[in-house]
Design a protein around this ligand. Structure first.
Ligand code: PSU
Ligand code: MN
Length: 327
C-alpha cells in the first residue's frame, strides 16, 4: 500500500524525467509532459527549407502562439549543433531560420544519425519530428502538409519517408493533407497499405483536403467533426497500442483557399522547371515549394501560412481534449 501510494508515483516521475541521449527538452516541455498537460509538436523543415526569410520566422512564432491560445504548449523540434531540441527558444528558432540553406540540413529519419554525429544543425521533417515527438511522449503534431508520393513517383520511386514513418510511429499528425504538388490518390493508397488511420476534420462531404485548396477530389477513410471526436479516436488508438500513426486532414479555411486552376498551372510549371534543372532527392520538395511561390507571386505562400496556423489551432484543441480539458 505504502509502495503504491507513495513510492510508485515518485518512481514513475523519476522514470518519466529520464535523460534522452542527444535530445534536450526545454524545461517548460519537460514540466508539461511530466504533468500530462497538452503539448503540440511542430516541425522545423518548414522553417529551414519550406519558407523564405522572413516569413519562416514570423510564421513559426505565430504558429506557436496559436497553439498557446488554444490551450496547449508548443514544442518546436529542431537540431542545433548536433543536439536535438524539443521546444526551441525564439532565439534558437531564429538562428536556424537565418542559416544559409547549405549550412542547415533537411533531416528525415535517415539523416538523424549523421547530423548528430557531426554536430551539425538541421530542420526536422515530418518523419524526423514524429520520431522525436514519440521518443519524448508527445502524441499530437501540427504541420502544413506531409510529404507523399510525387507525381510520377510510381516510376521514380520518389515516395516521402513521411509515409513509412506514419506506418511505424504512433503520433497523430494534423495537417492539410499532402501538397497538391504530389500524387494525392497514390499517396492515400500508400497510407492505406501502411495501416495509417486517415480522417478528414470538419470537411463537408468527408473530402480529403488539397493543401492550397479544400477538396482533393478524394475521400478520407473517416471524417471527424469536433476536437472531442478526434480525441476519442486518439484515445482508442492509444489504448489499442497500435504502433502506427494517425493522419488528420484539415482543409484550408475557405477565405484563404487558392484558386484551383491557377494552382494547378503553377504546379505543372514548377514540375517542368524541376525536370529541366535535374532536381532530385530531398531537394525536390523545397524546390517545388519555392518555384510555386515565385510563379504565384507569393499567393501560395500566403495560403500556406494561413493553413498551418489553422492546423496549429485544431491540433491544440485536440491535444487539450485528449488531456481531458473541459471543451
Ligand atoms: N509542408 C510544407 N513545407 C515543407 C514541408 C511540408 O508546407 O517544407 C516539408 C516537411 O518537413 C515534410 C517534407 O516532411 O517537406 C517532405 O519532404 P520529402 O518530400 O523530401 O520527404
Ligand atoms: Mn523524396
Amino acid at each position: 500500500m505504502l509502495f503504491r501510494r507513495y513510492l510508485l508515483p515518485a518512481a514513475t516521475k523519476f522514470i518519466r524525467t529520464k535523460h534522452y541521449q542527444h535530445i534536450e527538452l526545454h524545461p517548460e516541455i519537460k514540466y508539461a509532459l511530466r504533468h500530462d498537460q497538452p503539448v503540440v509538436a511542430l516541425e522545423s523543415t518548414i522553417i529551414t527549407h519550406g519558407m523564405p526569410m522572413p516569413e519562416n520566422v514570423t510564421t513559426a512564432l505565430q504558429v506557436e502562439e496559436q497553439v498557446r491560445q488554444h490551450g496547449a504548449i508548443p514544442a518546436t523540434i529542431g537540431i542545433i549543433d548536433g543536439c536535438i531540441k524539443v521546444g526551441l527558444t525564439g532565439e534558437e528558432l531564429t538562428s536556424l531560420a537565418k542559416k544559409p540553406r547549405n549550412e542547415v540540413i533537411k533531416c528525415s529519419r535517415r539523416d538523424l544519425p549523421y547530423v548528430v554525429a557531426r554536430g551539425q544543425s538541421g530542420g526536422t521533417t515530418v518523419a524526423a519530428t514524429m520520431i522525436v515527438a514519440h521518443r519524448v511522449g508527445i502524441k499530437v503534431f501540427a504541420t502544413g502538409g506531409i510529404g507523399g508520393v510525387h507525381r510520377e513517383g510510381h516510376v521514380s520511386m520518389d515516395v516521402s519517408a513521411d509515409l513509412t514513418e506514419l506506418g511505424r510511429t504512433p503520433v497523430a499528425v494534423v495537417c492539410s493533407g499532402v501538397k497538391s504538388i504530389l500524387d494525392i490518390p497514390r499517396t492515400l493508397e500508400y497510407l492505406e497499405t501502411q495501416g495509417v488511420c486517415v480522417a478528414s476534420f470538419d470537411s463537408p462531404g468527408g473530402v480529403f483536403p488539397d493543401f492550397y485548396t479544400r477538396d482533393s477530389g478524394c475521400k478520407a477513410a473517416y471524417n471527424l467533426s469536433t476536437p472531442q471526436e478526434a480525441a476519442d479516436l486518439l484515445r482508442s488508438w492509444r489504448e489499442l497500442k497500435l504502433q502506427s500513426g494517425v493522419l488528420i486532414g484539415v482543409p484550408i479555411p475557405e477565405e484563404f483557399a487558392a484558386d484551383k486552376a491557377k494552382m494547378e498551372a503553377a504546379i505543372k510549371a514548377a514540375g517542368v522547371q524541376a525536370l529541366a534543372q535535374g532536381v532530385t532527392g530531398k531537394e525536390v520538395t523545397p524546390f517545388l515549394l519555392s518555384a510555386i511561390a515565385n510563379i504565384t507571386q507569393g499567393s501560395s505562400l500566403q495560403a500556406n501560412i494561413a493553413l498551418i496556423k489553422n492546423n496549429a489551432k485544431v491540433a491544440a484543441q485536440i491535444a487539450a481534449a485528449l488531456a481531458g480539458a473541459p471543451a
